[in-house]
Design a protein around this ligand. Sequence first.
Ligand code: MN
Length: 235
Amino acid sequence: MSDLGAVIADLVIANRILGREGVCDAFGHISVRHPDRPNRYLLSCSRAPELVAPDDIMEFELDGSPVDAGGRKPYLERFIHGAVFEARPEVQSVVHNHATGVIPYSVTDTPLRPIQHTFARIGREIPVWDIHDRFGDTDMLVSNVEQGRDLATCLGDNVVVLMRGHGCTVTAPTIAEAVLTAIYLQVNAQLQMEAMRLGDVAYLTPGEIDASSQINQPKSGAERAWEYYKARARE
Ligand code: MN
């Protein structure tokens, strides 16, 4: 058995970091696959990420059913997490957020692409999922398993998927990398917007993205960043 308490502690601090760094406001959430039961995941009850405490962390089946709700109200959009964990066995952590910087790329034909080596982890290609394509006029929220699976299909093998007029979903092999990728996605989006105002942008090449992603694996960049962001969230 793994140390479930340590995983929950990391998930709580991850929630606080995403709040502190402006990736999540009152909305958005981060999950982790259950360390001992891969067909379940851990996710806070419906609460602003920056306020999340250990007792808020709930356990869910991949279909979004709470294992023991204990009177707590789950997030409406929890289906995003189960669908991604179902479709991508190697993914261990999922972030969903409405970071304002990414929204313009979800509603235009301009693709969001890595613009600086540190941000290579967002991946070569970032697809845009449009809930309207299959579900017509909705409240834009991923509120059932079918919508979650449609989103996961659009995500495919990519790291990130944007959601038209809504936000994004980020995947990673660890909680630390999920947090880092979600932060860098927002920063890259803002920098790309500034660069585009100046002229044609020289993006990282596919080869540069792959090479830079290697350097940012958990044993180097991600661990250093995780330590840094944890310290900032405790201030
Ligand atoms: Mn949402």
